[in-house]
Ligand binder design. Structure first.
Ligand code: NOJ
Ligand code: NOJ
Length: 483
């Protein structure tokens, strides 16, 4: 069966306004998912995702504009905080919207980014228990969080720098260098600007262990090292552009050291990427040491010039395959399915509120979909070499079997392979279309047996991952159209 009719992808009709209006009137949308085509469902849910992100960033009582909360949920679980990591990822979506959104989205995104910059300048100097910029989360009023937590988390300042460097570049292209020099990169030491503070922090702490993105393990993580390296590299380019040559050289030097350390995480054999080295504390329960966060690291450095090289690296391909293989057999919800829902890592026991068993996460699942689309897109546009390393990889072979059927020699053209990978992304989106609540609420997790939503509701990061996966899908389709 050819499960996704290629031609039907071109039929794009817009229904989100109607759906939102109906939802606002309280009309039951129970039949929505079944009735809508995948295209219409994606379009309507993208509109909802953008609206919810804006709401989490601006409209909640008790939160300062720009300090986007992880989720509006205040109990079971309490996610009503501004996490530096989640915030940076969400603001990167705002930067995209400021360029390619509708007219209203563009101006809203710009205003949100401006208040994000203003509040970042405040929280960067608030006294906190980490004693520096590695503090993972703040009250959305900007006040420090003073209870025990896994701290520091040194991916935060790197992700924030990456997002703000992107925003600075956009501002400069618009001729707003004065704004950039004043608030984003002032070339001073100590700095009073957001990017330079973050980069100085990152450059001066590259050797130090910190807590992983899941806030459980203290050590040196592939995720942190990769986002830190990308931030330093791109930070060096910005610093040079603004005449801060000494800083540029320092960031490059530290970035290169991280480049060497990253190699220590890469393996030819399974699982492909080792999550954590030199564990120094936190939970000691991750025997398998492979993790969806390492795949997300490749995606979260998508603005880097090395992006295509990275996503096609044999270790990253193998990691993606290790994750698929694990979750397709261990989570009941995946049995007999082509679209696999991913969790965070095999030994996970965080159920979204307390500790029992780990479940599938929307943001890792959509990360896998995005990964398939990006592979397909870069193969189509020839920015990844089309070679045997790709065509013989198990991840690709599975995609070809699903697309072309087993029992015959697969067709191995660039077109056939990239289309098969694109379909793998769509298999995942089709599963989410079946499982997500029809009002568009994206929680943190989906139950590993039933697929029901779990954990924090309206999770900013889930919406972010939906929007970036869709963007990758669109770019991929554009690459197909060009050939
Ligand atoms: C909440 C964290 O955010 C989650 O990722 C973690 O598993 C638990 N706390 C345990 O620390
Ligand atoms: C728990 C996740 O593990 C962590 O990565 C995230 O930052 C927080 N929740 C907030 O969403």
């Amino acid at each position: 069966m050819k499960s996704i009719a290629w031609k039907s992808l071109k039929v794009l009709r817009r229904v989100p306004e109607v759906l939102l209006a109906l939802a606002a009137m309280g009309a039951p949308l129970f039949c929505q998912a079944q009735v809508l085509s995948l295209e219409d469902w994606l379009e309507s849910h993208r509109t909802i995702a953008v609206a919810r992100l804006i709401e989490n960033a601006t409209k909640l009582e008790g939160a300062q504009s720009g300090l986007i909360v992880a989720s509006p949920s205040k109990e079971a679980p309490d996610y009503f905080y501004h996490w530096v990591r989640d915030g940076a990822l969400a603001m990167d979506v705002m930067a995209s919207l400021s360029l390619d959104g509708t007219e209203t989205e563009r101006s809203t995104a710009k205003a949100i980014l401006e208040s994000y910059v203003t509040s970042t300048l405040v929280i960067q100097t608030v006294q906190n228990k980490s004693g520096g910029l590695g503090e993972p989360k703040f009250h959305p009023t900007g006040k420090a969080f003073d209870q025990d937590w896994g701290r520091p988390q040194n991916d935060g300042p790197a992700l924030r720098a990456l997002t703000l460097i992107r925003w600075a570049t956009i501002c400069m292209l618009r001729g707003d260098e004065t704004y950039v020099r004043k608030f984003l990169f002032d070339s001073k030491l100590p700095s009073e600007s957001a990017i330079k503070r973050d980069l100085e922090y990152v450059a001066n702490h590259i050797e130090e262990p910190s807590f992983d993105p899941w806030e459980e393990v203290m050590g040196n993580h592939f995720y942190h090292r990769l986002v830190q390296r990308a931030a330093l590299e791109q930070g060096a380019t910005l610093a040079r552009q603004l005449g801060d040559t000494a800083a540029a050289e320092w960031y490059e030097k530290q970035g290169n050291t991280l480049g060497e350390k990253l190699l220590l995480h890469l393996k030819v054999e399974r699982p492909g990427v080792v999550t954590t080295l030199d564990q120094k504390g936190g939970w000691d329960h991750k025997r398998s040491n492979f993790d969806a966060s390492s795949l997300l690291a490749a995606l979260h450095t998508r603005s880097s010039p090395r992006f295509s090289e990275r996503i096609s690296h044999p270790s990253i391909l193998t990691l993606a395959n290790s994750l698929v293989k694990y979750y397709r057999t261990h989570y009941q919800i995946n049995r007999g399915q082509k679209g696999i829902l991913l969790g965070r890592y095999p030994e996970d026991v965080y159920d979204g509120v307390g500790f029992s068993a780990g479940h599938a996460w929307i943001l890792t699942t959509l990360g896998l979909a995005e990964y398939y689309y990006e592979l397909a897109r870069h193969l189509q546009s020839a920015s990844i070499p089309f070679n045997q390393e790709i065509t013989s990889h198990q991840l690709v072979r599975r995609a070809l079997r699903y697309s072309q059927g087993s029992g015959r020699t697969p067709i191995l053209s660039v077109d056939a392979v990239s289309r098969a990978l694109f379909e793998m992304g769509d298999h995942i989106l089709l599963r989410l279309k079946d499982l997500l609540p029809s009002d568009g609420n994206m929680y943190e997790q989906l139950d590993r047996s039933t697929g029901e939503s779990r954990g924090a509701s309206h999770l900013s990061w889930s919406y972010v991952s939906f929007i970036t996966a869709l963007k990758a899908r669109e770019s991929c389709r554009a690459a197909f159209a060009k050939r």
